[in-house]
Design a protein around this ligand. Structure first.
Ligand code: AMP
Length: 410
């Protein structure tokens, strides 16, 4: 990993220092945006994120060929998953730049349109996943794609954990000097590496969400890095029950109770403090209108369930967060989608923002924590908000992501 980081820095320099004049840049972007039934884009965050990368190439006097997947098409081309629906909005975002579309990502039309592309112009290719070869990481398919551009740029962090043709295999068809990360990838990788390998201590990891099983590997890896691990959300109750607590009808994965105990034991051995919520906001049903009260987390009556951390837990967790110099946050502290159970997640977001204002480095990642920080309008008060849910989780589990490794191979 150490080597990876060192190598990475040189690649980071490559994109910003590269002169794209008269070059055709083939950029793997993540345009997997949600569409409504009329094909209107309901959230264009991913498209906007990659604009600086596209603009740099265009401003240098190069042209851009964009390739992406959209949704999960099962049997080849399907209207519902066509990237052509994105063209009008892409034109709007790029204000005045000519944007063309190829009805296929390989084949005659793609080749002709790519070769006719002039500096300052953009070509969007049809959905890569209309070919099964994409997800299979097929080398012949990757080679066909590679012929469309002079330079390969990977700017799709959201798929960096997949060894697909366009995200990893394709890199092998470009010389090391002609393949690089785009600005989105750079930002993601730089922030994650900072937390994983250059964290200033105390380093606090906040892990929440519904299921322990989804977060075991990340917790195991963080046991070697963090000074404090805060565990909240539904997953906390498996730990509390494993320690002998009574959790009523709260979420529990009984088959993970042994693992939970092992984690607690390992933490003691490694001098990592694990913080579980001392109290909880409990409810008599999983419902926005449920009756609620506060209870010690290990004495929840039958018929009641913990749906948020309680006021004592908020106080203790906030104190830990505010004394930290590095903060990683993945997963909500409660059912923050319902107003009655949002206070814990909101307080953790606020404590993270406060610590950041006092000089800590904070990284928030994973679908639901990003949704939470946006809901509480604190996204611009943390150091970095990661866009890649699954990719980010695997990165913090200590795995090497194929999309990153492919650019670092000699
Ligand atoms: P995850 O995708 O595993 O990060 O879980 C996120 C989901 O966990 C959110 O939709 C939350 O509503 C839910 N969640 C958080 N805390 C609890 C809890 N105590 N009981 C049930 N669900 C929870």
């Amino acid at each position: 990993m150490r080597k990876l980081y060192t190598t990475l820095i040189s690649f980071m320099t490559t994109f910003s220092g590269y002169d794209f004049k008269d070059q055709k840049a083939l950029i793997r972007v993540d345009f997997n945006v949600p569409l409504d039934e009329h094909y209107n884009i309901t959230d264009d965050t991913r498209m906007k994120a990659t604009l600086p990368t596209i603009r740099k190439v265009l401003n240098d006097g190069g042209s851009v060929i964009l390739m992406s997947h959209l949704g999960r098409p099962k049997d080849g081309p399907a209207e519902k998953y066509s990237l052509k629906h994105l063209v009008p909005h892409l034109k709007e975002l790029l204000g005045g730049t000519p944007v063309y579309f190829a009805n296929d990502c390989i084949g005659t039309e793609a080749i002709e349109k790519a070769s006719a592309l002039k500096p300052g112009e953009v070509l969007l290719l049809e959905n890569l996943r209309f070919y099964k070869e994409e997800e299979k990481g097929d080398a012949a398919f990757a080679e066909k794609l590679s012929k469309l551009g002079d330079v390969y740029i990977n700017d799709a962090f959201g798929t960096a954990h997949r060894a697909h043709a366009s995200t990893a295999v394709i890199a092998g068809f470009f010389k090391p000097a002609n393949r690089m990360f785009g600005l989105v990838m750079e930002g993601e990788v730089r922030s994650a590496e900072k937390v994983l390998h250059q964290a200033e201590r105390p380093f606090c990891a906040i892990i929440g969400g519904a299921k322990v099983s989804d977060k075991i590997l990340i917790i195991e890896n963080l046991l070697n890095k963090a000074s404090d691990i805060i565990i909240g959300g539904g997953m906390a109750y498996t730990f509390i029950k494993a320690r002998g607590g009574h959790i009523g009808n709260s979420l529990c994965e009984t088959d993970r109770m042994d693992t939970a105990l092992e984690i607690l034991k390992k933490a003691t051995g490694k001098n990592v403090s694990i913080h579980l919520p001392e109290d909880s906001v409990i409810a008599d049903k999983f419902d926005a209108m449920a009756n609620t009260k506060t209870s010690p987390s290990d004495q929840i009556p039958d018929g009641w369930m913990g749906l948020d951390i309680g006021p004592k837990a908020i106080g203790i967790f906030s104190e830990v967060i505010q004394k930290s110099r590095t903060i990683l946050w993945n997963g909500p502290m409660g059912v923050f989608e319902m107003e009655k159970f949002q206070a814990g997640t909101k307080a953790i977001a606020e404590a993270t923002a406060k610590a950041t204002a006092a000089g800590a480095f904070s990284l928030v990642g994973g679908g639901d924590s990003v949704a939470a920080i946006n809901k509480f309008q604190l996204a611009n008060q943390v150091s970095y908000v990661s866009t890649g849910g699954g990719a980010m989780l695997e990165y913090f589990e200590g795995k090497i992501l194929p999309g990153i490794a492919a650019l670092n191979e000699d």
